[in-house]
Design a protein around this ligand. Structure first.
Ligand SMILES: NC(=O)c1ccc[n+]([C@@H]2O[C@H](COP(=O)([O-])OP(=O)(O)OC[C@H]3O[C@@H](n4cnc5c(N)ncnc54)[C@H](OP(=O)(O)O)[C@@H]3O)[C@@H](O)[C@H]2O)c1
Length: 269
């Protein structure tokens, strides 16, 4: 099944690690040209070097960008689009903060603001900057990465849950506004995805409970009753992102697709 992504330009925010890095790898596998964007230059350089090993150095590059700063976002997109002369076909809006659990009534305003600023507003800022560069021939795509806490109850995850829920609504409104330009906008909602950041998080969260990181992850998955009975690897999310970015999803827009092993149904049904 051909995706049509050959030689298209794909920008992946948060592409230096985790789901973003796996997405960049999969996009390169489809023949796309990929720009990964994040804050830390050293991480970007090492991710680009790793990706270039199989794809070739001319197909992948990194650009520094902080999604909490509109000027930084605008400058990065200006650079990627060569001052507006080069189209950006696909935006994978993936950069997000690491989950930090806290009860809803015990969280300071600053914590809520920081989560929304990076995740929800961050995605809106990048979409706003990229939208004028998306082609109007039916190949333009935005894929926003939400998260299962926006649809299902994950204890102590209210800030990310509310930020993720807002991304579902933003996706719908953006899909409506960009439909006349023939740009499709969708969202993916990952469940429990085994990234390096989550493995480190699990060690930290497990310690006070006397659990190793692995034990914590296993316990967490059992408590949330993941139907498939396991965590996913980032590539399993990346494959769905590639599908939504591809020609194969030409009649899909405004949708939020859960990639969570069945977890999202736990509360909803
Ligand atoms: N892993 C999961 O289980 C899971 C579940 C549900 C949803 N998600 C969502 O999926 C997305 C990716 O998650 P992940 O687990 O792969 O994350 P990760 O491994 O922690 O990677 C996060 C990426 O985002 C970048 N980033 C963070 N803040 C940024 C900022 N202000 N500006 C620009 N880049 C920034 C990071 O690079 P720098 O730090 O260098 O900027 C890094 O490249 C996130 O939106 C997350 O909320 C993940």
């Amino acid at each position: 099944m051909l995706t049509g992504l050959q030689d298209r330009t794909v920008v992946v925010t948060g592409g230096s690690r985790g789901i973003g890095l796996a997405t960049a790898e999969r996009m390169l596998g489809e023949g796309a040209r990929v720009v990964i964007a994040a804050r830390n230059r050293a991480d970007l350089d090492s991710a680009v070097a790793k990706l270039a090993e199989s794809a070739g150095a001319d197909r992948v590059c990194g650009v520094r960008l902080d999604v909490t700063d509109q000027d930084s976002v605008d400058a990065a997109i200006e650079e990627v689009s060569s001052g507006g002369s080069r189209p950006i076909h696909v935006l994978v809006n993936n950069a997000g903060p690491i989950l930090q659990g806290a009860p809803i009534l015990g969280s300071a305003d600053t914590k809520w603001m920081a989560t929304f600023d990076t995740k929800t507003m961050g995605m809106l800022r990048v979409a706003r900057a990229v939208a004028p560069h998306l082609p109007q021939d039916g190949t333009g795509r935005i894929v926003n990465i939400s998260g299962v806490s926006g649809r299902s109850l994950l204890p102590n995850s209210s800030a990310s849950g509310m930020a993720n829920a807002a991304i579902g609504a933003m996706t719908s409104y953006l899909a409506h506004e960009l439909a006349p330009r023939r740009v499709n906008v969708n969202a993916v909602s990952p469940g429990l995805i085994r990234t390096e950041a989550w493995e480190e998080n699990a060690c930290r969260l497990g310690e006070p409970l006397g659990l190793s990181g692995e034990e914590f992850m296993h316990d967490f998955q059992d408590r949330l009753k993941v139907r498939l009975g396991r965590w996913a690897v980032p590539e399993e999310v990346a494959d769905v992102i590639v599908f939504l970015a591809s020609d194969r999803a030409s009649y899909v827009t405004g949708q939020l697709l859960a990639v969570d092993g069945g977890l999202a149904n736990f509360v909803a049904s």
